[in-house]
Design a binder for this molecule. Structure first.
Ligand SMILES: Nc1ncnc2c1ncn2[C@@H]1O[C@H](COP(=O)(O)OP(=O)(O)OP(=O)(O)O)[C@@H](O)[C@H]1O
Length: 603
């Protein structure tokens, strides 16, 4: 019973095909319809060609035995066959052209869907390895499913061809069909069995394949090259890669060999059936039960049928296998991300009036039992510059992530102008905040775009981009580039210019000035700036964002002391909060760290 249901599972995956085809259809309707029509006509050409062949042979024999030779019908038949042969060739080319175009269009459309969907995914999901594997499988599908479309359509086309050939054979000798089908069924079941095993193998190896990709990436990338050389890591990486790759290869090899052997054996059964049937037709011709033309037609039809059925069956397993992968893609695309946290949704304000309040907020990361933030309560007043201070791992970035709603508090609440932020649509709420992180993305695109990503709708607003660059001191960097704002950054592309860490940070900081957000957050994006530059950057930042609320995380106290108030975190709790002077008087962690850093500079 389990075997039967396992076997039926092969067919279950086919339920994704209509949706897949309708997506392909939507990418370009006329092209898709054209492709289907071409295939429809093409599917009937084989039987037409065989029939004309039969007519030609019979006509030749008739003329041989005719005392007065009349070749006019023969010529017409040959012209028709010639025409059909040309048509068949032209159709083949047009079909593969339209297949290719539709495949490209589908691949583009599904990649876009994937990008859009990934943007909606919660950060917590992306950090979950099981989910990440699903995304990984879905990503692979966007480019490798192109052949699935032509396989499905070719399958439909071949089924029509086979039906036409079968009808012809049934007309002559139905027994032959029976023989043919019986001989081909073992081959079919075998293919199905192996396609399932192949998918299971690939699926169960997803984490290892991901690791292989990662090893390949760190082993052969410009980003890691420096450390790999200096620490002599090449052997370590290739050994790790080889270990996993060998195991995967062994598992895959075993399956491929078994698949080939069984397929070969079952193919021989098919051959035997064909030759059995061939002898049968030849004998019928010898006793005069069929004409020589009919012999050629029947043998040709039989041969084509056998080949085509083999193709259909092995293609069927290919399709079911691909459709199983398709399931991963659709599973991902169909994932629902529930924005509704049980809070009635209200209209999101366009600006803040009084400020933000953290009310007894505690948080632990999903799949973790440790509280990273514990009973955090404080107020961020509109227009205030608040600095977050604390040792590594104290929870500063996590607090920012909660404010940005990249995660939801485990308990407690965050209020904006007195209202729980969960009452606002998440994406709308996030527009109120602009954040630049320490691990900001270096886009290997132009300097202009690298700044414009802070507010991408302004990508064509050169004045605003240049103004933002001036504010963050990035203009000095950009002016030194050969192509200025149109210079590609990073070494990924031939003409790209690589920047120093601090130069990249100046560019990233300009993003903060692009944004019209009410609250600006700078989470250590200045750590690579030299002391003078950081000082200058923050002086400017504070001056230029006077009316805006901001949160700054920095380990440099010369910067921190510029803030209106400072919040000190220790092991996820608030240790102290106040102005620089107040905290210095408090003589706790802040004054200790401040003195420590100051002493370091003085000595
Ligand atoms: N995605 C995550 N999943 C699980 N734990 C996390 C995750 N991100 C951070 N943590 C943990 O949360 C704690 C606080 O991290 P956080 O990044 O907020 O510290 P931080 O104060 O910003 O540190 P730093 O000064 O080093 O940037 C750390 O113990 C860290 O291990």
């Amino acid at each position: 019973m389990a075997k039967i249901s396992g076997w039926l599972n092969n067919f279950v995956s086919l339920r994704y095909l209509p949706r897949f085809l309708s997506l392909v259809y939507k990418t370009n309707k006329p092209l898709f319809i054209g492709n289907v029509l071409l295939r429809l006509i093409k599917s009937l050409l084989p039987i037409a060609l065989l029939w004309i062949g039969k007519e030609i042979i019979d006509e030749v024999i008739l003329q041989i035995n005719n005392p007065i030779v009349d070749l006019s019908r023969l010529y017409i038949l040959i012209e028709i066959e010639f025409g059909l042969a040309i048509l068949s060739d032209v159709f083949n080319r047009l079909i593969s052209l339209t297949d290719g175009l539709l495949g490209d269009l589908y691949s583009n459309a599904s990649s876009i869907d994937l990008i859009q969907k990934t943007a909606k995914v919660e950060l917590a999901n992306l950090e979950d390895s099981e989910f990440y594997d699903k995304l990984e499988r879905a990503r692979r599908q966007t480019t490798s499913r192109v052949s699935l479309m032509s396989n499905v359509l070719s399958q439909a086309q071949d089924i029509i061809t086979v039906t036409s050939l079968i009808s012809a054979l049934i007309y002559f000798y139905p027994i032959l069909i029976l023989l043919l089908i019986i001989s081909i069924i073992p081959s079919f079941i075998n293919e199905l069995k192996f396609s399932k095993s192949s998918y299971s193998l690939q699926k169960s190896w997803t984490p290892e394949r991901r690791e292989l990709d990662y090893m390949r990436m760190i082993g052969a990338s410009d980003v890691t090259a420096k450390e790999i050389k200096l620490f002599g890591l090449a052997d370590f990486i290739s050994d790790t890669f080889k270990n996993i790759a060998d195991k995967y290869y062994q598992a895959n090899r075993k399956l491929s060999i078994r698949r080939t052997i069984w397929a070969g054996l079952f193919h021989i059964i098919g051959d035997m059936a064909y030759y059995g049937a061939y002898i049968f037709i030849v004998l019928k011709a010898v006793i005069g039960a069929v004409t020589i033309g009919e012999l050629s037609f029947l043998a040709g039809s039989f041969n084509q049928l056998r080949n085509q059925l083999q193709t259909i069956f092995s293609r069927f397993s290919l399709i079911t296998e691909s459709a199983l992968y398709l399931q991963d893609y659709f599973d991902f695309i169909d994932m629902e991300f529930d924005d509704d946290l049980g809070f009635e949704l209200w209209e999101t304000p366009t600006d803040i009036k009084t400020g933000v309040t953290f009310k007894d907020v505690s948080f632990k990361y999903p799949q973790s039992n440790t509280y990273v933030l514990k009973n955090i309560s404080f107020e961020l007043i509109k227009g205030e510059k608040l600095a977050l201070v604390g040792e590594n791992g104290a929870g500063k970035t996590t607090l920012i992530k909660l404010l940005l709603r990249l995660y939801e508090p485990t308990s407690g609440s965050i209020l904006l102008d007195g209202i729980d932020i969960r009452h606002y649509h998440k994406a709308e709420y996030q527009k109120l905040l602009g954040a630049i992180f320490q691990d900001f993305v270096k886009y290997y695109l132009t300097a202009k775009i690298n700044i414009a990503v802070g507010n991408i709708v302004e990508v064509e607003n050169d004045d605003k981009i240049q103004d933002s660059a001036t504010r963050s001191l990035a203009n000095e960097v950009i002016e030194g580039l050969p192509l200025g704002y149109n210079q590609e950054l990073g070494k990924r592309f031939k003409k790209g210019a690589e920047l120093s860490g601090g130069q990249w940070q100046k560019i990233a900081l300009a993003r903060a000035y692009m944004s019209d957000a009410s609250i600006i957050i700078l989470d250590e994006p200045t750590s690579a700036l030299d002391a003078r530059a950081e000082y200058e950057v923050f002086q400017r930042f504070i001056g230029l964002t006077k009316d805006r609320t901001s949160i700054i995380i920095s380990h440099r106290f010369s910067t921190v002391r510029m803030a209106d108030r400072i919040l000190v975190l220790k092991h996820g709790t608030i240790l102290e909060i106040g102005t620089h002077e107040e905290l210095m008087e408090n003589k706790q962690l802040y004054s200790e760290l401040f003195e420590l850093q100051a002493a370091g500079y003085k000595d």
